[in-house]
Ligand binder design. Structure first.
Ligand code: S3P
Ligand code: PEP
Length: 429
């Protein structure tokens, strides 16, 4: 098979400013909330990428009116005020976890017949805990292939008297997010309980924050229990702006540190609702210089860069960037509590270990951790990207070590950041 590649020349410097594309997590949540709400919503600065395109296409197929404003990143969504107009549809959702999990929940708590499928990898990503939770509320869901995994067939909800659903939180927070987003569609009081430890908690904060912006209040007991009172409905806030993507910011902030800097990312800062802004704290702990503004962050090299041993459960996506920054730090860096990496776009612990070894690092991997000891001298390498946007974006940073890097299949960045490589080229020399 012919595979396209991108050659990055050895680089030394990164400096400048980037306006970040919209957040994937916020874009797909706001699209669904706007579709379900009463009233029309103008969404500003929506992300344009594979993951949002599959969500837009799915909503359109469900009968929601979505219009792009001129040629801008702004969209008008006419909310359906409850149920989707089209009571039957076959939806293809690529490899977008945020679209697949939230639409599964919303459609399972509605009254139509739907199928949901994705790319081959999506069919290897677990969804059983979400299906189990939804079934407790009366959802009719069948597995079309392997139990516990997509593709799925959904039939009309058969409401039960049971208003409590228990969901496991240790595989993906997107299951709890899906249940929360969809709960108001039942019109009834719903309590969602979390069984065991919840991972990736800040993503649930994004969910709760945006539900609130659309008028639905969730009463919570820590991370154990979430209750939505009967009769709450989503109401459009009229206009809402998507923040810049904090996970995408991580590559430029890292570049600012590895290439002296300063690099300023615009679109996320102190006031962000995304957990991944805390990537900057991890960088600071490694020795970087970080300056926060309300809606921007600037990173530059400090006096040293040293390895850290940290729990990264709260920022699993941006943590991948730390694994590559570790190549430039003194000593060993250990990323802990990242078992969810194994069920994302690829087995990210394995992929990361394999590719870091190609540039000379000594890497140890375990079920839920990775430990990286940098080489004395980085080696030029051809990097495989495993159809994982973050593998491609992360390994572009290796070029700042002054070595040539070939990135195989660079277009996998389209999942969340189609213009990544031109933005990176614009900052680096
Ligand atoms: O809810 C979200 O928007 C996301 C939650 C996280 O997934 P997990 O909860 O599966 O870790 C994250 O990795 C993903 O990119 C986006
Ligand atoms: C895990 C990711 O995506 P998804 O939304 O498909 O889970 C990611 O973007 O790193």
């Amino acid at each position: 098979m012919y595979m396209e590649f991108l050659d990055l020349s050895p680089l030394k410097h990164a400096q400048g400013a980037v306006v970040l594309p919209g957040s994937k997590s916020i874009s797909n949540r706001i699209l669904l909330l706007s579709a379900l709400a009463e009233g029309k919503t103008r969404i500003n600065h929506l992300l344009d990428s594979d993951d949002t395109q599959v969500m837009l296409a799915a909503l359109t197929k469900l009968g929601v009116s979505v219009t792009q404003v001129d040629n801008s990143r702004d969209y008008d969504v006419v909310g359906v005020g409850g149920q989707f107009p089209n009571a039957a549809a076959d939806l293809f959702l690529g490899n977008a976890g945020t679209a697949f999990r939230s639409l599964t929940a919303a459609l399972a708590l509605s009254h139509g017949d739907y199928t949901l499928s994705g790319v081959a990898r999506m069919h290897e990503r677990p969804i059983g805990d979400l299906v189990d939770g939804l079934r407790q509320l009366g959802a009719q869901i069948e597995y079309l292939d392997v139990a516990g995994f997509p593709p799925l067939k959904i039939s009309p909800l058969q409401p039960t008297d049971h208003a409590v659903a228990t969901v496991k939180g240790n595989v993906s927070s997107q299951f709890l997010t899906g249940l929360l987003l969809a709960a108001p569609m039942t019109g009834r009081a719903v309590t969602i309980k979390v069984d065991g430890e919840l991972i990736s908690k800040p993503y649930v904060e994004i969910t709760l924050n945006l539900m609130q912006r659309f008028g639905v209040n969730v009463v919570r007991d820590g991370w154990q229990s979430f209750s939505i009172a009967a009769g709450q409905r989503y109401v459009s806030p009229s206009v809402i702006t998507v923040e810049g993507d904090a996970s995408s910011a991580s590559y430029f902030l890292a570049a600012g540190v590895l290439g002296l800097g300063p690099v300023r990312v615009e679109g996320v800062g102190r006031t962000s609702i995304q957990g991944d802004v805390r990537f900057a704290e991890a960088l600071a702990q490694m020795g970087a210089n970080i300056v926060y503004e309300d809606n921007a962050i600037t990173a530059s090299a400090g006096q040293y860069l040293r390895g850290v041993d940290m729990d990264f459960n709260h920022i699993p996506d941006a943590a991948m960037t730390i694994a590559v920054v570790a190549l430039f730090a003194e000593g060993t860096t250990t990323l802990r509590n990242i078992a969810s990496w194994r069920v994302k776009e690829t087995d990210r612990i394995h992929a990361m270990a394999t590719e870091l070894r190609k540039v000379g690092a000594i890497v140890e991997e375990g079920a839920d951790y990775i430990s990286i000891t940098p080489p004395v001298k980085l080696q030029a390498a051809t990097i495989d990207t495993y159809d994982d946007h973050r593998m491609a974006m992360c390994f572009s940073l290796v070029a700042l070590g002054g070595v040539a890097v070939r990135i195989n299949d660079p277009r996998c960045v389209n999942k969340t950041f189609p213009e990544y490589f031109s933005a990176f080229a614009g900052l680096t020399s």
